[in-house]
Structure formats: C-alpha cells, structure tokens
Write a protein that binds this ligand. Structure first.
Ligand SMILES: [Zn+2]
Length: 164
C-alpha cells in the first residue's frame, strides 16, 4: 500500500500505517478515522486565462499571489487515532496534512501534528482569519467523518463545536 492509497476507501480501517512527515516517516498502529481533499478536477479559468495550454501555471492575482486553482494545488487531510498500547504510542490523534502541487518545480509537502484531545483536533483544523473562526469545507468534512467512527470524545467535541 502506498501513501496515496490511504484515502476514502480505507476510512474506518484499523491497521499499521506509515505516513510521510516533513523529514521522517512515522509508523504506528491505529484507526484511520477520516480523509478529505480540496482537490478539484477542473482547472479554474481565472487562474489559467485562455486555457491551460496558453497558461499552464496559475497566473498572479492583484495581491501578488497565484490565483487559486484547486486542480493545480490542493490540500489533503488525514486523521488517525493511534492505539493507546502501541509501541512508542504518544498522543492518540494524528492529523496528517499534505500540500499537493502538480505545478512544475513545486514539491508536495507533508506535515504531521500529534494531538492529545478531541477538542484540540477541532481547534487545529479551525482557520482563524481577522476576527472570524471557521472550518474550511474539507476540514469540516474530515471531522464529520471522524465523528461517525470515533463515537466517543471526538463525536462529543464535534457535536459541541462552536465553529459554524
Ligand atoms: Zn490549474
């Protein structure tokens, strides 16, 4: 099984997992609670004026940043709960973030966050911008899936969340 196989079809499975981090690979035993992705299959026409043949890479917007195209760059979220008695077990919840890019010259980035409590899982997935706090669509979907399987603390935390 390669890392990209750890997606929708394996949600709910228990097993031994190997996930890539920013430097090392993390191995552990546990349950795969959720997967979500912001990937779009169709390129954003504003990012590729005249089409992807004419502008294969998303052009810069007025803010000096590339215009978002979720077919070129997207995020993937994976949430696990480690078996408490596994060797080297530390924090039960593990969120794995992937920053995917198919733009030439850009690399896929990975980040792993170990989390102790269900409420902190929600906190970690919450986006704060200006005075507002919200869950992005893929973050909310990740939590909703996980709450279905982790029927204890995570479901409670999800149901009690204050973020709309
Ligand atoms: Zn694109």
């Amino acid at each position: 099984m390669t890392f990209s196989d750890i997606s929708d079809e394996l949600v709910g499975e228990k097993g031994d997992w190997e996930i890539p981090g920013s430097e090392d690979t993390l191995s552990f035993s546990g349950t795969f609670l959720a997967f979500s992705s912001s990937r779009k299959m169709i390129h954003d026409s504003r990012a590729h004026p005249g089409g992807t043949e004419k502008n294969p890479i998303p052009i810069m917007g007025h803010d000096g940043k590339p215009i978002r195209c979720s077919a070129c760059r997207w995020s993937e979220f994976r949430l696990f709960k480690e078996d408490e008695k596994g060797i080297g077990a530390r924090w039960p919840y593990i969120i794995h973030f992937t920053g995917m890019s198919i733009v030439p010259g850009e690399h896929t980035r990975f980040r792993i966050v170990d989390i102790l409590t269900a409420r902190e899982v929600i906190e970690n997935l919450t986006t704060r911008r200006g005075g507002s706090a919200y869950l992005s669509v893929p973050a909310a979907r990740l939590l909703a899936q996980a709450a279905e399987i982790d029927n204890g603390p995570l479901k409670e935390a999800y149901d009690a969340r204050r973020v709309p």
